[in-house]
Design a protein around this ligand. Sequence first.
Ligand SMILES: [Mg+2]
Length: 161
Amino acid sequence: MLGPDRFAPRLGEVSLEELEAAGIRGLILDLDNTVVSWGASEIAEEHLAWVRRARDRGLRLVMLSNNFSDRVTMIARQMDIPFVANALKPSPIGFVRALRVLRLPRRQIAVVGDQLFTDVLGGKICGLYTILTEPLEPQDHPITNFFRFFERLMLPQRRAP
Ligand SMILES: [Mg+2]
């Protein structure tokens, strides 16, 4: 139930070609420690370019964050993609809202995020393809840091090449 379908070192290294080959047409992106470092507002050029490339290839994107602040709005605007804030991941509430934005069958949607117990678990509950990235920075919300301990227990292979 909990294993992601795929691992990636970071968002910019998720292969769009491989996703397309797997039939993926839409992407749900986590924000903190996936697109930007926790609490940061600057998006790395690598990630902006990746999002641009995905859109150019006709993929639909939506950002899904448990956070709720002007920062979420600002980053989604910078990437020029819609967003769903206050997502309450891993509950399906936010995922269902994101699915309404994408308007694609679930089997055509992949979730990309850095957390096993929010992004991957929530995506799995909704029957979506899941990709677990490495967190951009070790620093995160205290609750997240607590769950990282269990992530390490459950995914000893995570940092394997
Ligand atoms: Mg995250």
